[in-house]
Design a protein around this ligand. Structure first.
Ligand code: ZN
Length: 71
């Protein structure tokens, strides 16, 4: 199953931004506090429409939105 249009757009967001309306948080944020300069957090999201899963990261060296599973 292809991902929905909103997730397609989400995957192209390079500079952060909010999750689209059908993305819901999965679990709790993972906090990486030991990484310089300030640490970062990751939060998983799943789309209610197409079931795609994303990880949002505040790590500047990472993509803000990583699409890691599309079913
Ligand atoms: Zn979707």
């Amino acid at each position: 199953m292809a991902i929905c249009k909103l997730c397609e757009a989400q995957a192209k967001r390079k500079n952060g931004g909010k999750p689209h309306d059908d993305l819901t948080e999965m679990g709790t944020p993972r906090v990486f506090s030991g990484v310089p300069p300030r640490g970062f957090t990751e939060q998983d999201y799943q789309c209610l429409v197409c079931q795609a899963k994303f990880t949002q990261s505040t790590n500047r060296n990472d993509l803000a939105w990583t699409l890691w599973e599309a079913s």
